[in-house]
Write a protein that binds this ligand. Structure first.
Ligand code: FES
Length: 152
């Protein structure tokens, strides 16, 4: 990206100004360091989630990470139907068939790998995704501008 800026002669010696191209370099966003959540072994396939506290737009909230089809996925624990926590018991988010994340309040179901609403009163929305990954036996999440750790 660049912007063309014209120099202005103020002395009369230079005639018309030459165009001067001033490059505007994109500023790479500074990505925060990933934060550790739990050991990989704590997340059983389609088992209970690891629940953690965050600040979502500076408001205290809960989030969770679980393992589904071998992947770790993390979301804000907030239903799209009514902004409330969804777990049946603490850390228990999946339906009885272990196919969907199911809200315990009115039964909205979400696709575990994407967070997309798959049925019920959640409409066409998607759960708020939190970027999570695992490396060398440890699960991590990336804070963002909107989602920060509750305890820094
Ligand atoms: S609050 Fe989740 S389905 Fe109604």
């Amino acid at each position: 990206m660049s912007r063309i800026r014209w120099s202005i002669c103020t002395t009369g010696w230079c005639g018309m100004g030459e165009p001067v191209v001033i490059p505007i370099l994109p500023i790479a966003p500074v990505r925060p360091d990933p934060l550790p959540l739990c050991a990989s072994t704590e997340l059983a396939e389609k088992g209970n989630a690891f629940v953690f506290d965050v600040l979502h737009f500076r408001e205290p909230a809960r989030a969770f990470v679980l393992r589904f089809d071998g992947r770790v996925v993390a979301y804000l624990n907030r239903c799209l139907h009514v902004p409330t926590e969804m777990d049946w018991q603490y850390g228990e988010f999946l339906d009885s068939g272990k196919e969907f994340i199911m809200c315990s309040i009115h039964g909205a179901v979400y696709e575990p790998l994407t967070g997309r609403c798959a049925g019920g009163p959640c409409g066409r929305g998607t759960l708020t995704v939190i970027e999570a990954f695992e490396r060398e036996g440890q699960v991590y999440w990336y804070p963002s501008q909107d989602m920060t750790p509750a305890f820094a």
